[in-house]
Design a protein around this ligand. Structure first.
Ligand code: ATP
Length: 270
């Protein structure tokens, strides 16, 4: 496995005493480009991002085993603010913005860990370049923005912290197709600017289009991994995640559906 900016090995996460949400998860995110994590509801995608951003404790979760290294430094157990300062910044699911604060104030809140007014100014300019609509609405209360604009603001706020690795949790969730396309374009642009992106998505078409490499999580384990192009060609991904019908053998038409075999886990595709 190529050694990247983020290296997760054998990660186990538990919530409370009994819920094991991740089992033996290993993945690698290089210093640039987009890596996607796919999977159905409850597969453990958000849990993975929480483990990387150090925010599991806020959800009564903990790393039970394994290692998370970013730029060769161990992240597990570190204060979330220090993880942000190391360049790893999460945009949480559900485009959480401060509804009663203005667009500008939300962006300012994202810059709390950023040192130097010149850097804050240039980060803000970069956000307004990516999202001109935020510049037009900078005085407006965030709660009055549309869902798509709130997602832009949530991403913009993360960019104010000068990320080198951006963790994106379902940025397309609940957005109209046109807005999904705009957000995808911005993610591509952010990656082109040299920021690595770990993208959690249920919209597999969008994710495989954006990412060079993807991992498929299934009930807390990595089930498939490979280049996006190779994964998009597998029957499993086409059937389970892209909604395509399997080509049935002529005599199989009336046979009962067989459950998908679960072994071997972590098959490298391609
Ligand atoms: P979704 O796409 O629905 O957001 P997900 O792939 O992000 O799903 P997670 O939210 O990471 O999945 O959940 C993984 C497992 O951990 C699920 O079984 C879920 O019920 C459980 N879980 C998540 N958060 C908690 C929590 N705070 N306490 C207990 N169990 C939790």
């Amino acid at each position: 496995m190529e050694s990247g900016a983020l290296l997760v090995e054998g990660l186990e996460v538990v919530y409370g005493r009994s819920v094991r949400a991740l089992r033996g998860v290993s993945l690698d995110v290089p210093v640039s480009g987009v890596v996607a994590v796919l999977g159905a509801n409850g597969a453990g995608k958000s849990t993975l991002l929480r483990a990387v951003s150090g925010t599991l404790a806020l959800h009564r979760g903990a790393v039970a085993a394994g290692t998370i290294r970013y730029a060769s430094e161990r992240l597990a157990g570190r204060d979330p603010a220090l993880i942000v300062r190391a360049g790893v910044v999460q945009v949480p699911e559900g485009r959480r913005v401060f509804a009663n604060l203005s667009v500008d104030e939300n962006l300012q809140a994202g810059a709390l860990s950023t040192r130097g007014s010149a850097l804050i100014r240039s980060n803000r300019e970069r956000v307004f370049d990516l999202f001109p609509v935020l510049a037009e609405r900078r005085e407006q209360r965030a709660g009055l923005l549309s869902g798509g604009e709130q997602q832009m603001l949530a991403i913009g706020r993360a960019l104010m912290a000068s990320p080198r690795l951006l963790l994106l949790d379902e940025p397309s969730l609940g957005l109209a197709p046109r807005m999904v396309g705009r957000i995808a374009g911005v993610i591509r642009e952010i990656a082109a600017q040299g920021v690595a992106v770990l993208l959690v998505e249920q919209n597999v078409t969008v994710a495989l289009d954006l990412a060079e490499k993807a991992y498929v999580l299934d009930v807390g384990e990595v089930r498939l991994a490979g280049s996006s192009a190779d994964l998009a060609r597998t029957d499993e991904v086409r059937r389970l995640y892209l909604g395509e019908e399997e080509t049935a053998a002529p005599d199989a038409a009336s046979a009962p559906a067989r459950p998908t075999p679960r072994k071997p886990l972590r098959r490298w595709v391609g």
